[in-house]
Design a binder for this molecule. Structure first.
Ligand code: FAD
Length: 394
């Protein structure tokens, strides 16, 4: 295992981690970004095939690089993944892919970050591992008959994974609604769960072009520093709930042949049981039941609320040097969105800069990892999904 000392380690190299990397780079700080996936953007590539963003391109840019293409179009998930990969390349961000961090702990006044064959010691750790990566499935899923195909929305890619017979989609938020619409032409489809509400206009419609700027204004300006922002945060986080339907509307379900049914509450004789007592004989169940926070690998006994770390704009005051970015409503509704995470990333990096101790400057006189690379190795190549210098670089 190789040991390395760095000023800042960013864990997670998708949009949140890259936005932090951008601002660290602007300040010429020493850092590395670690990501368990094989390729930058894979968090998006692994989502279902037909997924498009619900935010138009004009609101999908990270700091320093607008999203390419028409500002009013809705990028596909692969375009989003490629944008992130291009972003890392453009700003020469030092992302090490294929490195899963298994533990973060404190050794003296440093953080020890361990994963794969890496052991890094850092003054700061920024956790950017996403709010949507630990699938939540109810315990009674285990009681379903083994002939039923079960997939969480993170495993669903396209209708070819679904076997003949009916489909119960559990969870009626945006993911559930979009997957149900995709499956309904091929299968008898039930969509179960609470109504999550819907936005006043359909994403992409003409009225939506007028409405979206208002929504974006609210999503960015109603921050936790305002009473209305705090109210909105509590609405979404206490308890956690999905965002209202955007592209698919309630009125689309019946014409598509989807039957809206109440929540699934259990299993009887291997079949799903609904809140109204109905038992559905289905061949497939798709769990669109959301995600749970998973920070068990951080050995720092952090105070949490609803499973999320307690922080002030991503700064964990109880553990100096530890930061979170990309959490739902970290500062505003836009905090977990492409177009909103950059502001939070900048705030965190400003804080890192303001708290840099002279001890750290003395103990790490080496130039930043990326600066060293610029001077001696040239830019990096990401074409095979891994970070390495471009041959013949300056
Ligand atoms: P992620 O993209 O989840 O990335 C986290 C990264 O951390 C991953 O690359 C992962 O490999 C890595 N990681 C995790 N754990 C470890 C570990 N222990 N060690 C090393 N690496 C680790 N937002 C929008 O702005 N517009 C949209 O239209 C939109 N649509 C969405 C649709 C869906 C279905 C979902 C689920 C979300 C959507 N979002 C959208 C919300 C948000 O933009 C995405 O979830 C986005 O992927 C979050 O980015 P992130 O960087 O915070 O986390």
């Amino acid at each position: 295992m190789s040991d390395q000392r760095l000023e800042t380690v960013v864990i997670g190299g998708s949009q949140a981690g890259l936005a932090v990397g951008y601002h660290l780079r602007q300040r010429d700080l020493s850092f590395v970004i670690l990501d368990e996936k094989g390729r930058i953007g894979d968090a998006w590539r692994r989502r279902w095939d037909s997924l498009r963003l619900f935010t138009p391109g004009r609101y999908d840019g990270l700091p320093g690089m607008p999203f390419p293409g028409s500002p009013s179009s809705y990028p596909t998930k692969n375009q989003t993944a490629d944008y992130l990969e291009g972003y890392a390349r453009t700003f020469e961000l030092p992302v090490r892919t294929g490195v899963r961090v298994d533990s973060v702990s404190k050794v003296g006044d440093r953080f020890e970050v361990i994963g794969c064959d890496h052991r890094l010691f850092a003054e700061n750790v920024v956790v950017a591992t996403g709010a949507y990566n630990s699938p939540r499935v109810p315990a009674f899923a285990r009681e379903l008959d083994e002939s039923i195909v079960q997939l969480h929305s993170t495993e669903y890619r396209n209708p070819s994974q679904i076997q003949e017979g009916g489909v119960l989609v559990v969870g009626a938020g945006n993911s559930g609604a979009e997957i149900a619409i995709e499956l309904a032409p091929h299968h008898q489809t039930w969509l179960s769960g609470r109504d999550t509400g819907q936005e006043p206009t359909r994403a992409g419609s003409l009225p939506d072009q007028l409405f979206t700027p208002i929504m974006w204004f609210m999503a960015t300006r109603l921050t936790v520093k305002t009473p209305m922002g705090r109210k909105l945060r509590d609405h979404f986080l206490d308890p956690p709930r999905g965002i209202p339907l955007g592209r698919v509307r309630r009125k689309d379900f019946a014409p598509a042949g989807i039957e809206r049914v109440p929540r699934m509450t259990g299993v009887m004789n291997g079949c799903p049981v609904l809140e109204d007592g109905r038992i559905l004989e289905v061949s497939n169940v798709i769990w669109c039941t959301g995600f749970t926070p998973d920070y068990d690998w951080i050995d720092l006994s952090l105070p949490t609320h609803n499973g999320l770390p307690i922080h002030d704009r991503g700064i964990v005051e109880s553990c100096p040097g530890l930061y979170f970015v990309g959490l739902p409503f970290l500062y505003s509704l836009s905090s977990a969105l492409l177009g909103g995470v950059g502001r939070d990333a900048k705030h965190i990096v400003d804080h890192i800069v303001s708290t840099r101790s002279s001890r750290m400057r003395n103990s790490w006189p080496e130039p930043a990892e990326h600066t060293r690379r610029d001077r001696h190795q040239g830019p990096m190549d990401y074409s095979d999904g891994h970070e390495h210098p471009v041959a013949g670089g300056h």
